[in-house]
Design a binder for this molecule. Structure first.
Ligand code: F6R
Length: 617
C-alpha cells in the first residue's frame, strides 16, 4: 500500500522517479508526488490523481539529480493535493515520503502545534518532516533517527534535506524498503517492481534498520541508544546487496490490456511451477521440504488453523476443507484481521498456516507474531520471496506465482489452493490416507494446469455471460460445503472490479432469509459440482427459478439440471478429483469478473478505493 521511490546519481531524477511511480501505482493511486533536490534547494510537485497527471503537470525545469517520490493510498486525510506526499517542514528544506501509519500522530501533531508549527495537511506523515527539521543533531542520519524515535507505528520512509545535498536517508519498520545498486547511481523503492528496469542488485532493509544512500553506495545501521534527551547513537550493520533473479518483463502487461488478464492467462504455467518437484508419485504424497517438519512432527499435529485476509482467507477455507477431508484433522480458516483481537488460544499441537500473496498484509503478519509470541508454530504459504511474513514464519511453501501486479489476485490464489492440496495430501499420508488415494490425488494435481488452460480457452463464451451479469446491480453467488468458499471468492472478485453488489451465500441458507431478494433483476451464479450434494443443490436452484431469479450454473458436464436446462446458463468445468474441484470451479468466476468489469469500462488493475497489499490495519 503506497509506493516509495528514490534516486541519486548523475541523471535527472524526475523522469526516473515518475517511471518508478508508474510501476508502483498498483500500491496506491489516489495521489502522487515528487521532491527533487537541486541547486535551488528542495522542489516539490504533488497532487491528487494519477501519476500520469503528475507527470503532465510537472513544472518546466524540475531539475535535480536527487529525488524522492510517492504514490498514495489515503489513510489519514482524503486524497487532496495537500495530503499527497512528499511532506515538507515549514522551511521547505526537508522532504519526506512515508508508507505505513504513525499511531501517535494525533499527539505529535498537538505537540507540534503547541510549539507553533503550522501543519498544512491532515496526514500522519507530515509530523516526520517537522520532527526531522527540528532536530539539532549534526547529521541527517541522527536527525532522522531522533524523529523516528518519537513515533509509534509502522514506516518505510525516505528523507531528502537541502542541507545534506549528497544523500537520501531511508528507514524501515514494518513497510518494505529496498536499495538498488546501479553504476554510479543508486535507487530506492518500496517494491522491486520500481527497480528491476535499472538494476537487479538490491539490498532489503530489515525492520529497525536505516541506511544512507549516496550516488556511489550505501551504508546501513541500527539505532543503538537513545538518551533521556532523545539523542541517538547509531551502530553500523553490514547489509550487502545481492542479485535477485527476476525477469523484468514479468512487470509488463505485454500485449494484454491489463495485468489481471495477463495474470489469469499465466495460471497454467504458474500452476506447474508450484507443483514442480513437490509431487511424489511413487508414494502418493506431497514433498514439501520447506515445512521444516518431519513425518513424526506432522503426525503429532492435532489441529490446523489457517489465517489470511480477503481472497487469501477464502482460499484458506478451501484449504481447511481439503485438510479435514484428506487428513481427518480438524481444520478451519479465520480472517487474520479478526484473529488476534479475540485473545486466541494458541495450542502446542496446532499447525498455524498464514496465507498471503504479498507476504506483507499487516493483519496476517500481526497474527503470525501473536501466535509466535504465545509459542505457536506457524508456516507460511507466501508468494513474495523474502517478504515480511516469509521471513517471520517457522517454515513454509513458496507459491512461485511470479510477480502479481493486478489488485485482484488470480494466479497467486490458484497456487495457494494447490499448495494447500499438497499439504493436505502430505498430512493425510502420514495418517490414514491410503497410497492409492494419495496417487489418485497426485495424478489429479498433475492434471490441473492443463484443465485450467482448458477453462481459460473458453474466454469468449464466458465473456458473453459476464456482459449479461454486468447489467445487474445485485447478484448472488451460492455454493455449499466445498462450493461455498468458491462462491465467496467469486463474489469477492466480481464486486471488487465491477462494483456490483455481489453477495455470497450458502445455497442451503437461501431459504432462511435471502430468498426474499430473489427476483428477475437479481441473477444468481450457483456452484454445483457433481458431488454428493448435487441433487440438493439442483433442488435449491428450482426454488430460485420459481421466483424468477436468472441462473448461471457452474457445474460439470453430465449434471442434470432438469427443466432448468431451458432457462439456466451452464458453464461446465473439467472434472477433477472431487476434493480438488474448488479450484477449477473458481477459474471461470475470475473470467466473469474480469469481463464484467471490462464491459463496464472500469480500470481493471486499479479498482476504486483499493490497493495491492494492505500494509495498514
Ligand atoms: C482480492 C485480493 C485481496 C487479497 C488480500 C490479501 O482479489 O487480492 O482480497 O487477497 O488483500 O492479500 P495477501 O494475499 O497479499 O495477503
Amino acid at each position: 500500500m503506497c509506493g516509495i521511490v528514490g534516486y541519486i546519481g548523475g541523471q535527472q531524477a524526475a523522469p526516473l522517479l515518475l517511471e518508478g511511480l508508474t510501476r508502483l501505482e498498483h500500491r496506491g493511486y489516489d495521489s502522487a508526488g515528487l521532491a527533487v533536490l537541486g541547486p535551488s534547494g528542495v522542489r516539490v510537485a504533488k497532487q491528487a490523481g494519477r501519476v500520469r497527471d503528475l507527470g503532465d503537470g510537472l513544472p518546466k525545469r524540475f531539475t535535480g539529480k536527487i529525488g524522492i517520490g510517492h504514490t498514495r493510498w489515503a489513510t489519514h486525510g482524503p486524497a487532496t493535493d495537500a495530503n499527497a506526499h512528499p511532506h515538507t517542514d515549514e522551511s521547505g528544506r526537508v522532504a519526506v515520503v512515508h508508507n505505513g501509519i504513525i499511531d501517535n500522530a494525533a499527539a505529535l501533531r498537538l505537540e507540534l502545534a503547541d510549539a507553533g508549527v503550522e501543519l498544512v495537511s491532515d496526514t500522519d506523515t507530515e509530523v516526520l518532516a517537522h520532527l526531522v527539521a527540528r532536530s539539532t543533531a549534526d547529521t541527517l542520519e541522527a536527525r532522522t533517527a531522533e524523529a523516528l524515535a518519537r513515533v509509534e507505528g509502522t514506516y518505510g520512509i525516505a528523507v531528502a534535506h537541502a542541507d545534506f545535498p549528497d544523500r537520501i536517508v531511508v528507514a524501515r519498520n514494518g513497510s518494505p524498503l529496498i536499495i538498488g545498486v546501479g553504476k554510479n547511481e543508486m535507487h530506492v523503492a518500496s517494491d522491486l517492481a520500481a527497480l528491476v528496469r535499472y538494476t537487479t542488485t538490491v539490498a532489503h532493509l530489515a525492520d529497525g534498520e536505516m541506511a544512507t544512500v549516496t550516488a556511489d553506495g550505501f551504508s546501513t545501521y541500527l539505532v543503538r541508544t537513545i538518551d533521556g534527551a532523545g539523542h541517538v547513537g547509531l551502530a553500523a550493520t553490514d547489509r550487502r546487496a545481492s542479485e535477485v533473479e527476476i525477469d523484468p518483463s514479468s512487470y509488463d502487461a505485454g500485449e494484454h490490456d491489463s495485468f489481471m488478464h495477463k495474470e489469469m492467462l499465466e495460471q497454467p504455467a504458474r500452476a506447474e511451477a508450484v507443483l514442480r518437484g513437490r509431487l511424489d508419485e511413487k508414494f502418493g504424497t506431497g514433498h514439501l521440504g520447506g515445512l521444516n517438519l518431519d513425518a513424526r512432527e506432522l503426525r503429532a499435529i492435532k489441529r490446523v488453523k489457517i489465517l489470511g485476509c480477503g481472497s487469501a482467507y477464502y482460499v484458506g477455507q478451501m484449504g481447511a476443507a481439503l485438510i479435514e477431508e484428506l487428513a481427518r484433522i480438524p481444520a478451519d480458516a479465520e480472517a487474520a484481521s479478526e484473529f488476534r483481537y479475540r485473545n486466541p488460544i494458541i495450542e502446542p499441537d496446532t499447525l498455524y498456516v498464514a496465507v498471503s500473496q504479498s507476504g506483507e498484509t499487516i493483519d496476517t503478519l500481526l497474527a503470525v507474531q501473536e501466535i509466535q509470541r504465545k509459542g505457536g508454530f506457524v508456516i507460511g504459504l507466501v508468494n513474495v520471496v523474502g517478504s515480511a511474513i516469509a521471513r517471520e514464519v517457522d517454515g513454509g511453501i513458496y507459491l512461485h506465482a511470479g510477480p502479481e501486479v493486478a489488485v485482484a489476485s488470480t494466479k497467486a490464489l490458484t497456487n495457494m489452493f494447490l499448495a494447500f492440496a499438497m499439504l493436505a495430501v502430505q498430512l493425510g499420508r502420514v495418517r490414514d490416507l491410503s497410497i492409492s488415494d494419495g496417487r489418485r490425488l497426485i495424478a489429479g494435481l498433475n492434471a490441473i494446469p492443463g484443465q485450467v488452460a482448458e477453462v481459460l480457452g473458453r474466454e469468449e463464451e464466458l465473456a458473453e455471460v459476464a456482459r449479461e451479469l454486468a447489467g445487474a446491480e445485485n447478484l448472488f453467488f451460492v455454493g455449499r460445503v466445498r462450493g461455498f468458499p468458491v462462491a465467496r471468492e467469486g463474489a469477492q472478485k466480481f464486486k471488487e472490479i465491477s462494483y456490483r453488489h455481489a453477495e455470497a451465500y450458502q445455497t442451503s441458507e437461501l431459504k432462511h432469509g435471502p430468498l426474499a431478494l430473489i427476483s428477475p433483476e437479481v441473477p444468481t451464479v450457483a456452484i454445483v459440482p457433481d458431488d454428493e450434494l448435487v441433487e440438493r443443490n439442483v433442488a435449491a436452484l428450482h426454488e430460485i427459478a420459481a421466483r424468477g431469479g436468472p441462473l448461471t450454473v457452474v457445474t460439470h458436464a453430465g449434471v442434470d439440471l432438469g427443466d432448468l436446462e431451458r432457462t439456466a446458463r451452464r458453464i461446465d468445468v473439467p472434472r477433477s478429483e472431487r476434493e480438488l474441484d474448488p479450484i477449477l470451479l473458481t477459474i471461470p468466476l475470475q473470467v466473469l469478473a474480469y469481463h464484467a468489469a471490462l464491459s463496464l469500462g472500469h480500470d481493471i488493475d486499479k479498482p476504486r478505493n483499493l490497493a495491492k497489499s494492505v500494509t495498514v490495519e
